[in-house]
Structure formats: structure tokens, C-alpha cells
Design a protein around this ligand. Structure first.
Ligand SMILES: [Zn+2]
Length: 56
């Protein structure tokens, strides 16, 4: 299990050990969609919003 930090609220976010760059995770504290930009070390960034709509 790996741990990343939310760039917005500094919450600890648990990630699968085999997480890959480009995967999206949701911060459990602020519900922000985050993209894994690096896994060594773990680095998270706000997910881009211009992607396809997720069923809205
Ligand atoms: Zn957060």
C-alpha cells in the first residue's frame, strides 16, 4: 500500500501498490478527482477537467 498527499487539502490518500501513472483517484477528504502523475515518489495532481463527461 502506498500513500499520496492530496495537493488541495493535504489528506493522506491510500493507493494500490501497483498503481500506475495516469490513474485517477478521489480524495476521501475533499472529493477532488486526482491524477497520479508519478509513482516514484507518489505525486498527485488535480485531474484535468476537459476529459470526457462521466455520465453527467
Ligand atoms: Zn483532498
Amino acid at each position: 500500500m502506498l500513500t499520496g498527499l492530496c495537493p488541495l487539502c493535504d489528506a493522506r490518500i491510500q493507493l494500490e501498490a501497483d498503481v500506475l501513472p495516469g490513474e485517477l483517484v478521489e480524495c476521501p477528504e475533499c472529493a477532488m478527482e486526482l491524477e497520479v502523475v508519478s509513482t516514484h515518489p507518489i505525486r498527485l495532481a488535480e485531474a484535468p477537467q476537459e476529459e470526457e463527461d462521466w455520465g453527467e
